[in-house]
Design a protein around this ligand. Structure first.
Ligand code: NAG
Length: 847
């Protein structure tokens, strides 16, 4: 039975849940519900998620059924029970109870009428997704046992497609290779577009055998393009969730009713997190090095809930997360997000997805999410909550350079990622416009080289064709693929692509090209080549070429150059401040949290992938986005959890964010690509609103010294500090206890004030995770309009029961200002540990 099941009537509904199905029930696939068609004549229906008042399994405290054992965290018991690799009676009983409870409410409400259920959630959310009219949804929201009704909304892959920015071509983290073997026994859950199970990055053949992993309770759906055996130990689980997508354009022949990836995005992100080590990256027959996941020995559990062309729907995504946590993943990697803050609740932190993710964290699963691609503007982050680790995208110093050598021995530099012209000889140059023959398609610009028919093949054959990267390549229909086809078809020796002054500034994102080629992203270099061409090409009065005197050879552009430029926050990477509600009010929570490579990242691709036409038919692709940054962090988190199996999600996140780099190895501060009047982004010192703690540093994260611990009840307390107890109780089923604190009290490795009035006190508690005592000294950089002091500023932290130290920070506004300003708190240990805590303040008032 699939989670995507749609039942006709409540009574017919077989009792199922993510838990029970996983292990106990035989396949119960109900007829692929065509039932909703009958309703389509009536009033317009949509998918709504309905959340009930009882606790979901993860939050369950053992009380309702009178079962013994009200342990503080039910999930702890639950997890322990599962070490025996079977479902505990407690969970089964509670699950059955929830199902009954859900059915009672809905029967009460709908009678025995049809009620089309899209999903039943019991794990992270106690609720259902239903196909309802707006009127039904409104009435259901008033039911006393219903705490929340949320209409489905779309979510998107966090990749960027259009080369609307410049930046130097960037980094392949995976080629630096994570330590091989690390991540053994860890399971990374990927909620994405599925996976290509045949890809060498995921083969188990030739690898140290992947034995069974008893803690994993998931399974593999079999379907089109995903035959039995696709789960091979490396891929340990694979499911798909399309029940909501079915109402939004899901088409089995386009989107595959199986975990098969038809897009490329999910295959790419999975390979970045945990692809096999040392897989050769071969595109167009050229070898671009080898790729490795960050945690090459980790297992992958794949939950397909996004689809090529149409994106995804939140009820499917929540079903996928629910299943992943029920299955027992260690890390959940979400390279997806909404386009803007979801409405429907008083705060972004209370939306259904974020509360489900809070429950995932309660079940001890670290959730890593893309920060979004809405940059470089403020308040564009679409990953909100303090219990989620939100990842920004960085651009490193890799470039793909090449040169062209002209007949007059002049050398012009350009961008490569393409092979050299054959041999050592020089080839005549011919400008595309000069090769046009009569019967061309007038709708095509002759300079773009988009159709071989436009040109005289006899003239072009054996020459280097000069084409123009025009406005149409960026915003219109001209493509690099078509350019390459034209060059191949005309049997040109190669192609030199000059930039049109319209797009000058290099709005060209390099992609591997199958023909000898060089691209000149700047007008200056383009004009140098054109001037040379014009000088040596003799024409008669009619424009007919008499002699082709301009010659050149293109160098080998397949090798990478490291420029030693400072790592930058990518222009597209979403920026803080974080927003706490639909109206974009600012939150006292830092987002994004950390930055990882996300620009021009090589990763596995499915040949049927449609996400990026430049890589159609290829096994690898080089793409950009906070989507690409996210699985780097998920992979590192798996390695950390492998090393420190007892660490909480907060500890894992703390280790990665506090040890992140804020400077490069030459001590230059990291930069952020910001908007500028010309095509080149303005480079400014990166702030915490650009990159959170900084750029991920694998080695430092593995040994942070101190961590900031926080757990479920701390997060609930945080919610209580900003929302009404009633709302918090409804969302989390946990009561607000004691005096409501302040949002800034939450023990996270950052301090953020949306609005600082006078002086505020901020407690933080660090926990020593090193095996011995260490003396720490706190140093603080002060911002122009506020100051911070620490008490104590020097302390020695022990081990065992003495491994905690609370520091009270005092933050005082010294100048009224609405400008964002930033400081950094550094803890320097006597044994070499260094951790940093970013401080961000937006509005400052003196009193
Ligand atoms: C599904 O996609 C196929 C292939 O593109 C197309 O032929 C068919 O009409 C589509 N079906 C629907 C219901 O849109």
């Amino acid at each position: 039975m699939r989670a995507s099941e749609v039942a006709r009537g409540w009574r017919m509904q077989t009792v199922w849940t993510v838990l029970v199905v996983a292990l106990w029930l035989p396949s119960l696939i109900t007829s692929e519900a065509k039932s909703y068609e009958a309703t389509e004549a009536g009033p317009k229906k949509d998918v709504y998620m309905v959340v009930f008042d009882q606790m979901p399994i993860v939050t369950y405290n053992g009380k309702i059924l009178g079962l013994r054992g009200t342990s503080k965290y039910f999930s702890e018991r639950w997890r322990k029970a599962h070490k025996r690799a079977h479902i505990s009676d407690l969970v089964k009983k509670y699950n059955a109870y929830l199902v009954k409870h859900q059915d009672q409410i809905l029967t009460e409400f709908f009678g025995y009428e049809d009620c089309e259920k899209v999903y039943r959630y019991t794990h992270l959310v106690n609720g259902v997704a239903l196909f309802l009219t707006a009127d039904e949804a409104e009435r259901l929201a008033k039911h006393p046992r219903v705490v929340r009704v949320q209409k489905s909304y779309k979510v998107f892959k966090s990749t960027v497609h259009t080369p609307e920015y410049l930046g130097l071509p960037k980094g392949v983290w995976s080629q630096c290779g994570g330590p091989t073997g690390a991540g053994e026994g860890m399971i990374i859950g990927i909620v994405d577009t599925g996976i290509d199970p045949t890809h060498p990055s995921f083969t188990a053949r030739g690898q140290k055998p992947y034995g069974p992993l008893r803690k994993f309770r998931g399974r593999c759906d079999v379907g089109p393009g995903f035959p039995r055996g696709s789960c091979n130990g490396k891929i340990i689980g694979a499911r798909f969730f399309n029940a909501a997508a079915k109402k939004g354009g899901f088409n089995a022949s386009l989107h595959f009713a199986s975990p098969l990836d038809g897009d490329g995005h999910g295959t790419h992100t999975a390979s970045t997190a945990a692809g096999n080590h040392g897989v050769p990256v071969i595109v167009n027959g050229a070898n671009y090095g080898s790729a490795s996941g960050v945690a090459p020995r980790a297992r992958l559990a794949v939950y397909k809930a996004l689809f090529r062309f149409i994106g995804g729907f939140i009820p499917d995504v929540i079903a996928a997360c629910d299943q992943a946590v029920a299955d027992g993943v260690d890390i959940l990697s979400l390279s997806l997000g909404p386009n803007s803050p979801p409405g429907g609740s008083s705060s972004t932190f209370l939306n259904v997805l974020d509360i489900a993710l809070l429950n995932a964290v309660k079940a001890n699963v670290l959730v890593v999410q893309a920060a979004g691609n809405g940059g470089p503007y403020a308040k564009t982050v679409t990953s909100f909550s303090p219990w989620v680790l939100s990842v920004a995208a960085g651009v490193d110093d890799r470039t793909f350079r090449n040169t062209i050598t002209l007949g007059n021995r002049q050398i012009i530099k350009g961008t490569g990622l393409a092979p050299a012209t054959r041999g050592a000889g020089l080839y005549p140059l011919i400008l595309a416009q000069d090769a046009v023959q009569g019967s061309g398609d007038p709708s095509l610009s002759p300079s773009d080289c988009q159709s071989p028919k436009l040109y005289n093949k006899l003239l072009v054959r054996g020459k280097i064709l000069i084409c123009t990267y025009s406005f149409d390549y960026v915003y219109g229909g001209s493509t690099m693929q078509q350019l390459v086809k034209t060059v191949q078809s005309l049997e040109a020796a190669g192609v030199a692509l000059v930039v049109d002054s319209d797009v000058s500034g290099g709005k060209y994102e390099p992609i591997p090209l199958a023909v000898p080629a060089i691209v000149f992203p700047t007008s200056a270099d383009s004009n140098t080549l054109l001037a040379y061409y014009n000088r040596y090409t003799k024409k008669d009065r009619s424009g007919k070429i008499l002699t082709f005197g301009a010659t050149a050879k293109i160098g080998n552009g397949l090798t990478v150059t490291y420029t030693r430029s400072v790592q930058q926050v990518a222009l597209f990477s979403s920026r803080g401040p974080n927003v706490k509600d639909f109206n974009f009010n600012e939150a006292d929570i830092l987002k994004p949290n950390v930055m990882a490579p996300g620009y021009l990242i090589w990763g596995a691709w499915t040949p049927i992938g449609t996400d990026n036409p430049a890589f159609t038919g290829q096994r690898f692709a080089m793409i950009s986005g906070t989507s690409m940054a996210t699985p780097h962090v998920a992979g590192l988190a798996a390695m950390l959890k492998w090393k420190y199996p007892k660490w909480s999600p907060a500890a894992l996140a703390s280790a990665m964010t506090t040890t992140a780099d804020v400077e490069d190895r030459f001590k230059r501060p990291l930069l952020a690509q910001n908007p500028s009047p010309d095509a080149y982004p303005l480079l400014e010192k990166a702030t915490p609103f650009d990159m959170g703690g900084g750029a991920l540093n694998i080695n430092a994260a593995m040994n942070p010294g101190l961590i900031f611990e926080a757990g479920y009840l701390n997060y609930v307390r945080f919610l209580c500090s900003m929302s009404t107890p009633r709302e918090v109780l409804g969302a989390t089923k946990t009561a607000c206890a004691g005096v409501a604190g302040k949002p800034t009290d939450l023990n996270i490795p950052s301090i953020t004030f949306a609005n600082l009035v006078g002086t505020a006190h901020v407690p933080r508690t660090v926990t020593n995770v090193a095996p011995i005592a260490e003396k720490y000294t706190i140093s603080i950089t002060n911002a122009p309009d506020f100051v911070i002091t620490a008490n104590p500023a020097v302390f020695t932290i022990g081990v065992g029961v003495r491994n905690k130290q609370t520091i009270l920070f005092t933050v005082r506004a010294t100048k009224a200002s609405q400008a964002s300003s930033f400081a950094r708190i550094t803890f320097t240990g006597s044994l070499g540990h260094v951790i940093r805590v970013p401080v961000s303040v937006v509005n400052k008032r003196l009193r």
